[in-house]
Each structure stands twice: as C-alpha cells, then as structure tokens.
Design a protein around this ligand. Structure first.
Ligand code: SF4
Ligand code: SF4
Length: 132
C-alpha cells in the first residue's frame, strides 16, 4: 500500500476513534520485526541501571559493551551488522523482562506510519489496513 493510502486509512480510523479504542487491546505477535528496523533504541538513565543490574554488570562495563553514543550525550543500543538490535536472538529479546522504555512503549505509546506495515500485532488489530 502506498504511504498516502496508508495515511488516509489511518486518518480515517483515527477520526472514527478506532485507533484509540483498539490500541489498549494490542497483543504482540512476537514477530521481532521492530527489533530489526533502522533507527536507534535510546537508553535512559533508568534503563541503564535496570538492564546492567539484571545482567550483573557495572554501568560502565554495560555501556561500553552494548551501547554507542547518540547525539553526543545520550546512549543507544548497539546494532548487529544486519541492523538488528544487539539483544535480539533467535528466541527473541535477551533482555525482555527489563527491556528499554522505548521498546516497552512500542507500538501503543508511540509508532510510525511504517509500523502498520511490519508489526504483526498492529496488522491483527487493524486488519482493514492490511487488506485494503
Ligand atoms: S532491546 Fe529487545 S525489544 Fe528492544 S529492540 Fe532490542 S531486542 Fe528488541
Ligand atoms: S513488530 Fe509488533 S508484533 Fe512484532 S515483535 Fe514488535 S511489537 Fe510485537
């Protein structure tokens, strides 16, 4: 579906109140597509302490091993050569129980137009977008 058509469809669902109504019922389809996308996962200070603690690592050790500097002052998770997240493995997210706030918020609290194209949970929730 062309972006303009997709935008139109989402806009129409938004006006009908369907986006807000259905999003609370979102269920992750565990397709892991969101972990393979271009872009970055930023690490907040809370994420930093929570994740490094769960891995029994010092903050400094964790940030050196798993993070890159973003915009000169914040941290983002490193990526593998294929652009997937450093914590994505065959079984899914290695830090699922303590994953970053940015990951926890997707796609209910934030999403992009593209998310409707690849996120299995969104496709299941809004079948009319995928099928039209
Ligand atoms: S931290 Fe986990 S949920 Fe977040 S992008 Fe990486 S693999 Fe995906
Ligand atoms: S793309 Fe959507 S359905 Fe797939 S793992 Fe991410 S949140 Fe879940």
């Amino acid at each position: 579906m062309a972006d303009n058509d997709l935008l139109h469809k989402i806009d129409s669902l938004q006006k009908q109140g369907e986006i807000e109504k259905r999003l609370p019922m979102f269920e992750c389809g565990r397709c892991a597509e969101c972990c393979k996308r271009p872009g970055h996962v930023q690490i907040s200070e809370d994420d930093l302490y929570r994740i490094s603690g769960s891995l029994n690592m010092e903050v400094r050790e964790f940030s050196e091993k798993y993070c890159d500097i973003f915009n000169r002052h914040s941290l983002m998770l490193k990526k593998k050569p294929d652009d997937s997240c450093v914590f994505l493995n065959r079984g899914g997210c290695d830090i699922h129980h303590v994953k970053p706030l940015q990951c926890k918020g997707f796609p209910v609290r934030w999403r992009t137009l593209n998310s409707f194209k690849y996120c299995q949970g969104l496709k299941d929730l809004f079948p009319e977008i995928d099928n039209s």
